[in-house]
Design a protein. Structure first.
Length: 252
């Protein structure tokens, strides 16, 4: 068994003839939060989506190299992509609660995967909402529409939906960018709790957020991984001037 939860080996990605990622090599330990930072269009979100093959939903995308999760290459021909995306869940930038009840939002994934027994679903919904620090706010209105929740609550509801199918890894693409400061703080506290059980990879434009929540940080530029270090070391003593310029706001 590998020492690492995720290993990216020489990952390249092309949109038709345009190359978006160049030989990315990155090892991520279990139960860590890894932040991906860099300017817009640098490849960080593209790399994030390569970890559960979401890029393949874009026509003309080709990925080469390997991404190993628990030592298994997710780009093998016999990979069950549906199972992969269950094990590697995604939280997007904009809260994406489904137009259904809070209960049904969380039960959606388990039902798709064949769980229909009400007692079992009840247990999953409560467990997932508790893990997402949302149970106390939601327990008395489980039949209300998830769309009636605040933005911060909806984002935690989405996280509960991801947790309901027992993932190994949680990917987050700027999950706090649409949230107010109080909701952002709650989300960051939640991320710190969740890493006790899950491996988390987060894309963020917010340097302070990366410094607060992540154990390691990777700086991307023009599709290249420039630097990857423990977060404190990277922010205090970056090894590449381009990283330093970006962190200090002198980039450009």
């Amino acid at each position: 068994m590998s020492l690492y939860k995720i290993q990216a080996k020489d990952v390249c990605l092309f949109y038709h003839q345009e190359q978006a990622l160049f030989n990315v090599n990155l090892n991520i330990e279990a139960n860590q939060v890894t932040a991906l930072i860099g300017p817009s269009g640098c490849g960080k979100s593209t790399f994030l989506r390569s970890l559960n093959r979401l890029n393949e939903l874009i026509e003309g995308t080709t990925t080469t190299g390997e991404v190993l999760i628990d030592g298994v290459n997710i780009y093998d021909n016999d990979t069950d992509v549906v199972k992969l995306r269950k094990e590697v869940g995604m939280v997007f930038q904009k809260p994406s609660a489904f137009p259904m009840s809070i209960y049904d939002n969380v039960a959606y994934g388990p039902r798709i995967h064949g769980i229909t027994k009400k007692n079992t679903l009840d247990e999953i919904v409560e467990r997932s909402l508790r893990q997402a620090n949302l149970w106390e706010e939601a327990k008395d209105r489980l039949t209300s529409s998830g769309l009636r929740m605040s933005g911060g609550q909806q984002q935690r509801l989405v996280i509960a939906r991801v947790l309901s199918v027992n993932p190994k890894v949680i990917l987050m693409d700027e999950p706090a960018s649409a949230l107010d400061p109080i909701s952002t703080a709650k989300l960051e506290d939640l991320i710190s709790e969740l890493k006790k059980e899950y491996t988390i990879v987060i894309v963020t434009h917010n340097m302070q957020q990366a410094a607060r929540v992540s154990d390691s940080t990777a700086f991307f530029l023009s599709g290249h991984l420039i630097e990857y270090q423990p977060t404190e070391r990277l922010f205090v003593n970056p090894g590449d001037k381009r990283t330093e310029d970006y962190i200090t706001g002198r980039f450009g």
